[in-house]
Design a protein around this ligand. Sequence first.
Ligand code: ATP
Ligand code: MG
Length: 427
Amino acid sequence: MAKLQAIRGMNDILPEQSLSWQYLERIFQGVVRRFGYQEIRFPVLEQTELFKRSIGEVTDIVEKEMYSFDDRNGDNLSLRPEGTAGCVRAADQHGLLYNQQQRLWYAGPMFRHERPQQGRYRQFHQFGVEAFGMAGPDIDAEILQLAASLWQDLGLTDYLSLEINNIGSAEDRQRYAAELTVFLQSKVEQLDDDARKRMHSNPLRVLDSKNPAVQEALQGCPQLGDFVSSESVAHYQQLQAMLEAAEIAFTENPRLVRGLDYYNYCVYEWTTESLGAQGAVCGGGRYDGLVEMLGGKTTLAAGFAIGIERLVLMLESLHKIPDSALHPVDVYLLVVGDKLAAQGLQLAQQIRSHYPQLGVVAHCGGGKYKRQLKRAFSGGARLAVVLERDEEGSEPLQSLKIRRLDDSGESETVPIDEIIPKLGEFL
Ligand code: ATP
Ligand code: MG
């Protein structure tokens, strides 16, 4: 029978790659813990309406990219294409938002039916943080400081740059959109189908078109910056001052509007040149209107999402993952001879309880010394402990050998009751 394959654009993450993921997850969790953010978990499946209302009907995600279907009850559901909508839905449903301040984070798979390529998949994963109940710009600066700390801890600071923009309030953007539509109408010949469709329904989305011809047509278009309110400008200027004080470098990008409708005031994106076309690693901003759009009370809100696959690609291609994170086995016990199996398991357990930070594997399944040693090397262990019958054949074993699995090949035969301290010397 033919073997079944995974769905295109949905990746298996095999044990070796999981080590990179786990390393990144540990660092991320360390950072959010230090900033006092708490984890929230919510379903991968929600009512389609949730995403239509929050992300916006006239967006790439809702128009083309969602995995939506009717379930057996006839309810229209969608796999989540991003985390903010579900996070807000869950937090509001459980009363975490009204009159409160929250600092939350989440991690997990997201689903978008895009064209799969390097750094762009149909199931991908995000880390996100969302903060509620704070007017900013201090919380916006804190969130960017959190991202900057993550890059710092991962050794990626030099490879990422921050772009920010002030997109004003929903009303500001409405006034701007009207002017932009007039401008786009005057350039209609140069626009593609998408842009023509959007110049009426959602003209701002034309600004982040990836079509160079459309970008060309946009030369000389009205600038959003000329339409934003003085409150929004003040917020933006204060944010910039705080970023400068925190020594977080940034550039302003007046074209940055982001793909989702729910943002207001400041939006931002961290991008890298080390990934080719898929350079966006982290995007976010304020979204003070979203909770209300989803039926809750007006709630101040801000956050970002990070693409985990793109970060892993960066870490791997730049060799930023420490060796220790890539070798889960530290000590490999070679157990040569059937009768030593029980003693091997017992000794491994003794080593684990004395050195709980180590990965300790006792060879299972028998086999010759040479084959077992090969396994020890291929598993990346640093040390081998060899249980092998000595000449007198005494049982249980009275002594064993510790061997360094590096170029030195240094080894020592050790009485069995000295193995624990001796291992400590070898480590
Ligand atoms: P892009 O411009 O690359 O399409 P986006 O603006 O659609 O990104 P967001 O919705 O802001 O992305 O999601 C936040 C992050 O999630 C992105 O910066 C990116 O790192 C990651 N991401 C988004 N879509 C995908 C995808 N299909 N595959 C892998 N990662 C993705
Ligand atoms: Mg996208």
